[in-house]
Design a protein around this ligand. Structure first.
Ligand code: TPP
Ligand code: MG
Length: 569
């Protein structure tokens, strides 16, 4: 059957199981939009800025495990997507971005709204295509989805010249793909798995570091089985949060720059690290030369280029986390590491890291903890970047798999609101809380209109400190408290919410926190709470830049607070 390029795209998206697209139209993508209008099963959500389309598709993809789809026009529409594509690339999120392009005869002529988006996105996509032949379009779409979701997931871009959207071709959706150059390794090499098992069975002080790869491959049970069989403590990276239940006795929280002191001390003292689906980011390792000095390192990762990239690996296992772990688990002998576990528990007692001090002023940690309590740990949390992100990572306790959504690799302020929007669309049954910075929120605040138009019931908690807080914290610590360009004004968020048609509250005192959260939860639609937190509150613990993981600066405080450690028996 003959179809236009636009119809071929729509039909192919439907065959890939796409249900929702985030996008924004323009001249060079109008034929595709016209075809979309005739395909009612493809829900289109009109964002207010293309960056938000990419972040929303990203949030949607992270919570569903499906490929997120975003669309823009050529030129400025396409360049507006770039930050969102880079964000997805660094966090291994499956995305297909479709951009309009000027018609083929105009390419290379600096035509109106022409930009070389395949050139621009080459280093931040897993692959990209400029479609020059409508006959190859169905195959390209099929390939794009396959590349985005398999192996190490990532964004793929399809650039569609306007005339290719109109031209006709016979439509045949390929049932199979032949990509001889692309065959991700899923099964780990048996000899490597054996070597790893031997090290695990012999270790005295083993430690698992779980990353987002565990979540991507859905290896929750396999991870738990490994930890429980050999009684191995588990720490996670920032993006590994919610790969292992934080209430588990073997959970020791997040490691890294703002990780738990005891988690970092464990890395330092371990004699074996089993790193699963993580990439030894510098925020996780701190000073690389001092990382895990006493440990052999087993690294399980689907991407062979990650092996020994930052940290020397003793036993690499390239493969899918779930597949490798199930093979590995068969070789693991039941063990107890009583002394080691007691040592970690001792460190946790001495350096509790997440205790919240008593305070007259509203503490962000307190707010996050109350959101945890009111939602009973059942919410999906989407964060901004900066202090709010770290408090959300530290003070909400994640037992539910894949319930923490955050921009890790790129650290993109403004991610929070559009990503929360995408997460809510992907998980309509879930309560989705967007933990926003007052800075980051203002970067993509325009998406409040999208939320209203499409009735996306996101709950927003603004951590309003009047600063670009994380940068201010660094100025306080390293630049003699010279607050250059970090004090930040904001509109009256409550009035602004009202202007958008969203109910909102401002909270200044501890006693108002729980009632406000409850009111937000009881409201059917979107809701905003402007939490006026202590302006100069800092994030602790902190490993200073350049320092080793175990050189941890802890919160200076006289008074110790009120909540026990979650996992302390
Ligand atoms: C797009 C972007 N620009 C700049 C930065 C650098 N940066 C990192 S954290 C931060 C402060 C964030 O302020 P806010 O959103 O208010 O969060 P807070 O740290 O106060 O919680 C800045 C400017 C960034 N991460 N992303
Ligand atoms: Mg702030």
């Amino acid at each position: 059957m003959k179809m236009t390029g636009s119809q071929i795209i729509c039909e192919s998206l439907a065959r890939e199981g796409v249900e929702v697209i985030f996008g924004f139209p323009g001249g060079a993508i109008m034929p595709l939009y016209d075809a979309l209008g005739k395909q009612p099963q493809l829900r289109h959500i009109l964002v207010r800025h293309e960056q938000a389309a990419a972040h929303a598709a990203d949030g949607y993809a992270r919570v569903t495990g499906k490929v997120g789809v975003c669309i823009s026009t050529s030129g400025p529409g396409a360049t507006n997507l770039v930050t969102g594509i880079a964000n997805a690339y660094l966090d291994s999120v499956p995305l297909v971005a479709i951009t309009g392009q000027v018609a083929r005869p105009f390419i290379g002529k600096d035509a109106f709204q022409e930009i070389d988006i395949t050139g621009i996105t080459l280093p931040i996509t897993k692959h990209n295509y400029l479609v020059l032949d409508v006959g190859s379009l169905a195959k390209i779409v099929k390939e794009a989805f396959h590349l985005a979701r398999t192996g190490r997931p990532g964004p793929v871009l399809i650039d569609m010249p306007r005339d290719v959207q109109i031209e006709q071709a016979e439509f045949r959706y390929p049932s199979k793909l032949d990509l001889p150059g692309y065959k991700p390794t899923l099964q780990g090499h048996p000899a490597q798995i054996k070597k790893a098992a031997k090290l695990i069975n012999e270790a005295q002080r083993p430690l698992i570091i779980a990353g987002r790869g565990v979540i991507i491959s859905g290896a929750y049970t396999e991870l738990k089985q490994l930890a429980e069989t050999a009684q191995i403590p588990v720490v996670t990276t920032l993006l590994g949060i919610s790969s292992f239940p934080e209430s588990h006795v073997l959970s020791y929280g997040m490691l890294g720059m703002h990780g738990m002191a005891y988690a970092n001390m464990a890395v330092n003292a371990a004699d074996l690290i089993i790193a699963i689906g993580m990439r030894f980011d510098d925020r996780a390792t701190a000073k690389v030369s001092a990382f895990a000095p006493h440990a052999n390192i087993v690294h399980i990762d689907i991407d062979p280029t990650e092996i020994s990239k930052n940290v020397r690996i003793d036993v690499p296992i390239v493969g899918d986390a779930k597949t490798v772990l199930s093979a590995l688990n068969k070789l693991i002998i039941s063990a107890e590491h009583i002394e080691w576990v007691q040592q970690l528990d001792g460190w946790r007692k001495e350096h509790p890291s997440t205790i919240i001090r008593n305070s007259e002023g509203l503490l962000p940690q307190f707010v996050i903890r109350k959101i945890y309590e009111v939602t009973q740990g059942e919410a999906t949390i989407v964060t901004g970047v900066g202090q709010n992100q770290m408090w959300a990572a530290q003070h909400y306790w994640y037992d539910k798999p894949n319930s923490f959504i955050s921009s890790g690799g790129l650290g993109t302020m403004g991610f929070e609101l559009p990503a929360a929007m995408g997460a809510k669309v992907g998980r309509p049954e879930d309560t989705v809380w967007c933990i926003a910075g007052d800075g980051g929120f203002q970067m993509t605040i325009q998406e409040l209109a999208t939320i209203v138009q499409d009735n996306i019931a996101v709950k927003v908690a603004i951590m309003h400190n009047g600063y670009l807080g994380m940068v201010r914290q660094w100025q306080e610590l390293f630049y003699g408290r010279r607050y250059v360009a970090t004090p930040l004004s904001a509109p009256d968020f409550v009035k602004l919410a009202e202007a958008y048609g969203i109910p909102a509250l401002r909270v200044k005192h501890n006693g108002e926190v729980i009632p406000a959260i409850e009111q937000a939860m009881n409201h059917q639609g979107p809701f905003i709470i402007d939490f006026m937190i202590e302006p100069e509150e800092n994030v602790y613990p902190m490993v200073m830049p350049g320092a080793a993981l175990d050189e941890v600066l802890e919160e200076p405080r006289e008074e110790v607070g009120i909540w026990p450690q979650r996992s302390t028996p």
